[in-house]
Design a protein around this ligand. Structure first.
Ligand code: TRP
Length: 344
């Protein structure tokens, strides 16, 4: 969002236009990012920088609610930040930081928890899922997860929160907590955040069945080599009805085609759509083409990543600088919240 403006001697300078507002999003540190992360989140994070002041947070505290093994958090944080930067986050304008580096979020979490009925938390579908998934580890933090998320968003007074549909109930929850806080304190110090659903398309894993995810082990990492990428694409499950080379296929139910739609030229997409239905192209060739297009698309990313990876300390410096800038906003908000809540 910058436009050139003539000044004095005819020099063209860049003047910042005021942006549409502030975006905040968070993601748990999951290490190297995959195609699902890229299409579902990172690509949107990068694009939103043009129109919004963006704050992106690696939520290491949230990660602790589900992790048995805490030894990976630091390495996973660094790997994820590396991928985000290589993908085009611009730390000169965007605040990129680690959640635990700005401790005011835990303070706000505590204050907001007093405005949160316990039953609301235990009724959330996301909480019930966790109870089913990890019955041996239903910790207190898991119950408070949405309160901490509300604290993330409101500490930075975000207007817009880009997330997947699975986070919708958390966003509605956050809005309710803000309204309750405003109602009970009589002071409108926080911002009720708008959700922006960015999860499109739904990217399935190499199994062609479940959403792509590291825990499902059906993912293709962005940072793979071209050869490894081709290898992974080769393992992808296609239209299950298409058993033999001569059978016509249905691109609509094929996850390889979904990826073509994101990474291939419109000519390639039209060609595959046509040739798959008539068995003109086989799955092997269709995958080869996808691997080639993917590798071409990701090449600049991989070059930048390799460059950034040479200096691991630089990534931490970027994150610490982000935390300093985030802290400045956080300090103001927390002061307003405490005053509104009547704390002496
Ligand atoms: N709960 C989100 C997820 O699992 C991560 C998250 C934490 C988040 N805090 C946030 C997302 C604040 C958006 C805004 O994906």
């Amino acid at each position: 969002g910058a436009f050139p403006q003539k000044r004095g001697l005819g020099l063209v300078v860049q003047t910042q236009m005021s942006k549409k507002g502030r975006v905040f999003s968070g993601a748990r540190p999951t290490g190297r990012q995959h195609l699902g992360n890229y299409l579902g989140a990172i690509k949107n994070y990068v694009a939103l920088q043009a129109d919004y002041d963006c704050v992106y947070c690696i939520v290491d505290l949230h990660a602790m609610t589900t992790l048995e093994d805490l030894s990976q958090i630091k390495a996973n944080t660094a790997e994820m930040a590396l991928d985000w930067l290589a993908a085009g986050l611009r730390p000169e304008e965007t605040i990129l930081f680690v959640q635990s580096h700005v401790p005011q979020v835990t303070e706000l979490h505590t204050i907001l928890s007093m405005f949160t009925p316990l039953g609301k938390l235990t009724d959330l579908p996301t909480f019930k899922d966790k109870v089913r998934l990890q019955p041996h580890n239903i910790n207190y933090g898991l119950v408070g997860y949405p309160v901490l998320m509300t604290a993330d968003i409101t500490l930075y007074k975000a207007d817009v929160v880009p997330v997947g549909v699975d986070q919708q109930s958390h966003l509605e929850f956050a809005r309710e907590v803000v309204r309750t806080f405003h109602h009970r304190t009589g002071r409108q110090v926080l911002v009720e955040p708008q959700m922006k659903n960015t999860e499109f398309p739904k990217v399935l894993g190499t199994d062609g069945k479940r959403k792509m995810g590291k825990s499902e082990n059906n993912h293709i990492e962005l940072a793979l080599t071209p050869e490894e990428t081709e290898q992974m694409v080769r393992t992808m499950v296609t239209d299950p009805q298409r058993a033999r080379r001569d059978d016509p296929g249905d691109p609509e139910v094929c996850n390889v085609f979904t990826l073509h739609k994101s990474f291939s030229s419109s000519e390639d997409i039209t060609m595959i759509d046509r040739e798959c239905r008539t068995a003109g192209i086989g799955c092997v060739d269709c995958k080869k083409l996808l691997a080639r297009n993917l590798n071409e698309h990701l090449q600049p990313f991989r070059e930048r990543r390799a460059e950034l990876a040479k200096d691991p300390q630089h990534v931490w410096e970027v994150l610490h600088d982000g935390a300093r800038r985030a802290s400045a906003i956080a300090a103001e908000t927390i002061a307003e919240v405490k005053a509104a809540a009547g704390l002496p």
